[in-house]
Design a binder for this molecule. Structure first.
Ligand SMILES: C[S@@+](CC[C@H](N)C(=O)[O-])C[C@H]1O[C@@H](n2cnc3c(N)ncnc32)[C@H](O)[C@@H]1O
Length: 218
């Protein structure tokens, strides 16, 4: 993989139209250090609602991949399942299609490079497609201010070698109990008697072995 040249501005027009000024690596790392433990945990979930070309997303993935390599490089199935779990925990939205493509591509390249470095071979076509599939569900083109009703997120939960896959409307995830939008009456109280909002999935898939994620419904 060739070293990527850091570029914070693509054009003055894009700055004016979309506020597109990308964050430099040093600042990204300093910000992630504020949540260091979470950023290094393989399945901790992150959402970048204006992800640009993926400067935060890739830095988060790199941290997770370090943990992955330290823990799971001996057995292929463990490594692969955990790699998909790491990718499945990172979410991004951007208004611009080219930024979404670039973010997905950068994450894909990092994942494949880590695979090669760890298992000393290229991932097979099926596994590359699995990586692409997870990225296509998590890195989305959309408007995170005015278009959240059109955004659906997938929650990936790895249990052994199987994934539980559930789809949630972004709008539902954004509701708070005080909004009075207690979807299907599932809001309950925690031990301090404060309301806890439990969003309802829009769609649930049967748990499936990670290698079979692409079989059946997408
Ligand atoms: C300031 S850049 C930051 C990009 C990235 N977060 C970074 O730090 O490198 C802002 C990005 O937000 C995107 N954007 C602006 N308004 C948005 C919106 N309403 N929903 C989603 N993305 C948006 C732009 O396309 C641009 O890529």
């Amino acid at each position: 993989m060739t070293e990527r040249k850091e570029q914070q501005i693509k054009s003055e027009k894009r700055v004016a139209d979309f506020g597109e000024v990308l964050t430099a690596r040093r600042e990204v790392e300093a910000m992630l250090d504020l949540v260091k433990n979470e950023s290094e945990r393989i399945d901790s979930r992150f959402l970048e609602p204006a992800c640009g070309t993926g400067n935060f997303l890739t830095a988060i993935l790199e941290r997770k991949l370090k943990t992955l390599r330290a823990r799971y490089r001996t057995k292929r199935a463990d490594f692969e399942a955990q790699l998909l779990s790491a990718l499945g925990s990172i979410y991004g939205i951007d208004l611009l299609e080219d930024n979404v493509k670039e973010s997905r591509q950068r994450l894909f390249e990092l994942a494949v490079q880590c695979y090669k470095d760890s298992l000393h071979k290229k991932p097979d076509e099926t596994f590359q497609n699995l990586i692409r599939f997870v990225l296509s569900k998590n890195i989305l083109q959309g408007d995170s201010l005015n278009g959240i009703d059109k955004i659906t997120f997938t929650q990936w939960t790895l249990i052994g070698y199987r994934f539980n896959r559930e789809e949630y409307a972004f709008q539902a995830l954004n509701n708070k109990p005080e909004d009075g939008l207690d979807l299907f009456g599932t809001s309950s109280l925690n031990e301090k008697q404060q309301p806890v909002y439990i969003p309802q999935a829009r769609k649930r898939f049967s748990p499936v072995h990670y290698r079979k994620l692409l079989e059946g419904t997408k």
